[in-house]
Design a binder for this molecule. Structure first.
Ligand code: SAH
Ligand code: SF4
Length: 337
């Protein structure tokens, strides 16, 4: 049942929905009992229909510097585990990195989540709750969630309906009212749903996990690339840039001796030069049990220098929260196993 259906069933006027949205998504109430705008009777009715929390906190870790926190949640409905991270940047941004699945079917060779396989899609409420959890905490310090990135567990474009519904909660002016430009979907590059986003004029930001400059190498790192070729991917990326006139990000995880050589950088330049993009170089975060290694600092610098000479806008991502395994996209699966 939706909130709308609940109100209809109980013969409530439409302004009740506005009150509900205000309490949940602007005042960030922490329990139905705090929702005193409604009569006790109606409050009790809604509490019977809807669990206030779709997620339960199992563990909450903070980095030594205090700039990163990671929460392990269990789903109220079936106890499956997922993780969410917040990064509190020095410039004041508070970025929540949400999961959209338990596990992931894509199986990229370097990714811890990929080893779990697909377990389940999260609902829009469960995705939104990860953000609400931190929004409630920040409110007590007079702060806000400023950015949301879909870079936790799972592939957002394979759970697109729930992801878009959660984004509706984040951006609807009557709900959280965030600007769509503050929300980033990161994807391994699945072409069909990217075309759908283009058709639907998606207003958020996109980050495409590229990780290799050629089809052959990309396929060897990311199995999904077999059916979603680099050329098809670049074609849809070009269309999206044309349509939105907004910069798209590419993510490129640097894997020692695999995709981090000068020749890879040169091919990468050819692939992206002249496009309205920003390239994020991500030093690989080693996953226990994997033989893959992080590129040496010198190699990263040489790679970056090739891009600089060709004037390709790029940054080397600084990893936050390493001491609590909170690197986005490498959310620990230890407890899940
Ligand atoms: N499934 C989506 C979003 C989640 S992963 C995607 O793949 O884009 C978010 C980012 O973290 C991706 O760019 C992913 O390639 C990267 N990532 C995954 N494992 C990593 C690791 N061990 N070290 C560094 N980055 C990693
Ligand atoms: Fe899935 Fe992204 Fe990990 Fe690939 S990198 S397995 S798409 S979560």
């Amino acid at each position: 049942m939706t909130f709308e259906e609940f109100l209809k069933k109980n013969n409530q006027p439409s302004f009740r929905l506005k009150q509900l949205n205000l309490a949940l998504y602007k005042q960030y109430i922490e329990d139905w009992s705090e929702f005193t705008t409604w009569s006790k009777e109606l409050r009790e009715k809604i509490a019977q229909e809807f669990d206030f929390n779709t997620l339960k906190v199992i563990n909450h870790q903070k980095s030594k510097k205090g700039d990163t926190e990671k929460v392990l949640f269990s789903r109220t409905k079936n106890k499956q585990l997922l993780e969410t991270v917040i990064m509190k940047h020095k410039d004041g941004r508070n970025t929540v990195c949400v999961s959209c699945m338990v596990g992931c079917p894509v199986g990229c060779t370097f990714c811890a989540t990929g080893t779990m396989g697909f377990i389940s899609n999260l609902t829009s409420e469960e995705i939104a709750e990860q953000v609400l959890f931190f929004a409630r905490k920040l409110k007590k310090e007079d702060k806000k969630v400023s950015n949301i990135v879909f870079m936790g567990m799972g592939e957002p474009l394979l759970n697109l309906d729930n992801v878009l519904e959660s984004i509706e909660i984040f951006t609807n002016p009557e709900k959280m009212g965030m600007s769509p430009s503050r929300i980033t979907i990161s994807t391994s590059g699945i072409v069909k749903p990217l075309e759908k986003l283009l058709e639907n004029d998606f207003k958020g930001r996109l980050a495409i996990s590229l990780h290799a400059p050629t089809q052959e190498l990309r396929e060897s790192i990311m199995p999904i690339a077999k059916n979603n070729s680099l050329s098809e991917l670049m074609t849809v990326v070009d269309k999206i840039i044309d349509n939105n006139n907004k910069r798209i990000s590419f993510e490129y995880v640097l894997l020692k001796n695999i995709n981090d050589k000068q020749r890879h950088a040169e091919k990468l330049v050819k692939l992206v030069k002249g496009k309205l993009i920003h390239l994020n170089l991500i030093p690989y975060n080693p996953v226990p049990g994997f033989t893959l290694q992080t590129s040496d600092r010198n190699q990263i610098d040489r790679f970056s220098a090739v891009l600089s000479r060709a004037r390709v806008p790029h940054t080397v991502r600084v990893s936050m929260g390493k001491d609590i395994d909170a690197a986005c996209g490498q959310l620990a699966t230890k407890k899940t196993k």
